[in-house]
Structures are given as structure tokens and as C-alpha cells.
Design a binder for this molecule. Sequence first.
Ligand code: RTP
Ligand code: MG
Length: 138
Amino acid sequence: MTTQRTLVLLKPDAVRRRLVGEIIGRIERKAGWSIAAMDLRSLDRETLEQHYGEHEGKPFYEPLVAFMESGPVVALVVEGERVIEGVRGLAGPTDPIAAAPGSIRGDFGTIVRENLIHASDSEESAIRELKIFFPGLS
Ligand code: RTP
Ligand code: MG
């Protein structure tokens, strides 16, 4: 057993398009996973700079931060067996055009920036991101 925790963000497009229930439903239906924490919140620039620091200086960085500030997100901690890899699989590739039907981005994504969901991409990222978004979680 490799029980893990991952940070999931349902991005502002998911909230605006009322896809929160649909996406959380897909996560909940995965056997053995559970939601350890969840809330709707607006992200400030400082939090986003920390979260997306690896992309600073790239051409898509400023539009990405502006998009993530454009409305509330739903932040979740999802827990379970190999959940880091698992939620990335449910989400599909970054670019919705490349994402297969059946994945969240493949079914609902429009453009690469507005791709509905963030999920930590490794154990190291999960630990770093959970500290930013849920510092009180034991
Ligand atoms: P995320 O970090 O949000 O879970 O997405 P990811 O790992 O699949 O993709 P990443 O490369 O980390 O990029 C972070 C987010 O930036 C936006 N993006 N826009 N070429 C572009 O316009 C571009 N490339 C990336 C997307 O919102 C992507 O999810
Ligand atoms: Mg990423």
C-alpha cells in the first residue's frame, strides 16, 4: 500500500462552468480514495507565485496567474492509494486537444490555459503544494 495525499485545484473555469460536482464525482467514484479537506477560495497573487514558481518567466506565466486570479477555485486534499498518479490520470494531459475522451480535460477542456483542474505531479510537489494550501493539515 502506498497511501498518498495530493493537492487538487478546480480552476476558475470549472467553478464558472458549474463542473465542480461532475469533477468531484469522478474523484469520489474511484474506489479507496477520500477527500481529506476541501473549500472554495479566492487565490491571491502571492499564493499563486509560490504555487506556480517553476513557471515564472515562461510566456504563459502571467496569463496563467491572471486566469487563476479571475475567480474562486475549489481546493481539495485527496487521499488514497497512488492518488498522485491517479488524479493526474483522471485529469489527462495539460492540453485538452491532446487529452482523450473519458479524461476530465478531454471531456470538458477548451484551451490549454483553461484546463479545469490542477493536480500535484509528484510526491515532492504534493508535499510542497499541500504546505502552501493546507498548512494546518496534520
Ligand atoms: P497544473 O500544474 O495546473 O496541474 O497543469 P500541468 O502540470 O498539466 O501543466 P504545467 O506544465 O504545470 O502548466 C501549468 C498550467 O499552465 C497553463 N499552461 N498554459 N502554453 C500555454 O499556454 C500553457 N502551458 C501551460 C495550464 O493551465 C497548465 O495547467
Ligand atoms: Mg504542473
